[in-house]
Design a protein around this ligand. Structure first.
Ligand code: SAM
Ligand code: SF4
Length: 492
């Protein structure tokens, strides 16, 4: 359990990332200036920082891992829960002390918090020089130049078309084997609890040819796994004439060609059989059987789906405006099991204590978890966000201690289920891709199986980037342990 709980408020991998952060690595290509980026929140944000680094590199900056050395410091922020924003505010206080001794340093707040608070951020946080939303990163060099001349600036324009398709991301914190490719931006869903539609704008899909070119380039550079990223990947829809989802839906008859997510998945899978393909996140209302059959058709599309349910109760789901109910969700899980089998990994996001949720409705979440048997989940308690539909329409009426207790029950359930699911793997032979060294021992490496589970193996004779056939010998709720059977078996 300790492994799962970072903080009793909020749990698990994604939230841990919202509180922790990633920084830029040290790089010295002889450029005159240095930029330091701290990135918070979801994987989309880490991907965006790679675009920001690319834009700044083009404009004379090397990255640094030490903010004391930086001419420009960017915080790429998250607004999803209150705690994430508070973390950034605390961090700004910390930088304040540094800036006192180095007044020429430019400080920028980027991402969702910038978009949400706009120029209020400049008023509230005197240390901040530039505030830039997720669709305005091309303007960063201009804004930084202006800030260097003493002019603070804000650009939170939300675009209907921007996908940064032409910008080759600079891979930050890369293991050289796995990479994320952003395939779309924004979100047209209006889940009542969620701030994302307000901070990231309308849904746009990126040109599939640029996505395939990025995947091919990564493969040629030694990468062996790509994860296609978007808030709602199954809703991906692109045409040469229109990349904005809402507009494309209106003029579908007029366009020359439409590429949907199943088509895109197939195009990326065909780059090379040795390139694994993953994707995240799938919205239960959008995931189609066509996508599931495409996954089945290609061995290199991983057998894993992140399918956030949020709640197991239909009334709460309606209040959340998720546009599906418990039955619909369970029907999608049934389709996954029928088409992709029991071994397909399924994970979820859960919110405990949404407005008006009763004890019985909370129990529905626990029983749904028992039915689906998730391999793992990202679990949160509800945090009201200003401006969202829920903040406007409903009262955040579940006391904090009740939210926390319900969340704990969800975590306990998930821990049991993760162990139960992992035990099913013991004795099985699986192919894993080695991604890095194990945190616990220098004599062990960690890889992932197709279902996205971490497998620890002895390191002897192996290197990062190898495909390895293993036999699973043991497990905990969080990890599988394997014995190496064969290195780089024939996969193609
Ligand atoms: N687009 C993804 C989807 O619909 O599944 C989710 C994106 S969101 C960045 C990640 C998760 O944060 C959500 O699935 C939800 O569980 C959680 N989340 C979003 N808003 C929240 C809020 N106000 N309070 C608590 N958790 C929240
Ligand atoms: Fe937020 Fe819902 Fe969009 Fe996910 S699908 S980003 S939860 S509005």
């Amino acid at each position: 359990m300790d492994q799962l709980i970072k903080d009793i408020d909020i749990i698990s991998g994604e939230e841990a990332q919202a509180l922790d952060y990633k920084t830029t690595p040290e790089e010295n290509t002889g450029k005159t200036k240095k930029i330091y980026i701290e990135s918070y929140g979801c994987q989309m944000n880490f991907s965006d920082s790679e675009i920001v680094a690319s834009i700044m590199k083009e404009n004379g900056y090397d990255t640094t891992a030490d903010f004391q050395q930086a001419d420009v410091v960017f915080l790429n922020t998250c607004s999803i829960r209150e705690k994430a924003e508070q973390t950034v505010r605390n961090r700004l206080n910390h930088f304040n002390a540094v800036k006192k001794n180095k007044p020429e340093m430019t400080i920028g707040v980027l991402g969702c918090m910038a978009e949400r608070l706009k120029d209020k951020l400049l008023e509230e946080e005197k240390i901040v020089d530039v505030v830039v939303g997720p669709d305005a990163y091309r303007d960063l060099p201009n804004l930084v130049n202006a800030a260097e001349d003493g002019r603070k600036g804000v650009n939170t324009f939300l675009s209907r078309e921007e996908t940064y398709a032409d910008i080759a991301p600079v891979r930050l914190n890369s293991n050289g084997v796995t990479a994320f490719i952003s395939i779309m931006r924004g979100c047209d869903n209006m889940c009542s609890f969620c701030v994302v539609p307000f901070t990231r704008g309308r849904e746009r899909s990126r040109d599939p040819h640029s996505i395939v070119a990025e995947a091919r380039d990564l493969f040629e550079r030694g990468y062996r796994e790509v994860t296609l990223l978007g808030q709602n990947v199954d809703s991906y829809k692109w045409s040469p004439e229109e990349n904005n989802k809402a507009r494309l839906n209106k003029k579908e008859e007029e366009v020359s060609e439409v590429v949907n997510f199943a088509n895109l998945l197939e195009m990326v899978a065909q780059v090379n059989p040795l390139l694994r393909v993953r994707f995240s996140t799938s919205h239960p209302k959008d995931i189609t059987d066509e996508v599931l059959y495409t996954m089945k058709k290609y061995e290199n599309i991983c057998n894993y789906i992140h399918l956030p349910v949020q709640s197991g109760n239909s009334r709460v789901l309606e209040l959340m405006n998720r546009t599906y109910d418990r039955e619909w969700y369970l029907d999608r899980v049934k389709a996954i099991r029928e088409i992709l089998g029991e071994e397909c990994g399924i994970s979820s996001d859960m919110i405990a204590g949404f407005c008006t949720e009763t004890e019985e409705e909370h129990q529905d979440t626990l029983t749904l978890m028992d039915i689906v048997k998730y391999d793992f989940s990202y679990m949160f308690y509800y945090s009201e966000r200003p401006g969202t539909l829920a903040a406007k329409k409903y009262t955040d009426d579940i006391p904090l201690d009740v939210k926390k207790r319900r969340l704990n029950e969800i975590i306990e359930k998930q821990t049991q289920l993760s162990l139960e699911r992992n035990k099913l793997d013991v004795g099985k032979e699986q192919i894993i891709l080695i991604e890095g060294t194990s945190k616990k021992s220098e004599f062990e490496l960690k890889g992932r199986n197709s279902a996205n589970k971490v497998v620890i193996v002895p390191s002897e004779g192996l290197k990062i980037g190898d495909y390895v056939k293993v036999k699973i010998k043991d497990c905990t709720a969080a990890t599988l342990f394997g014995e190496v059977l064969e290195i780089n078996p024939a996969l193609a």
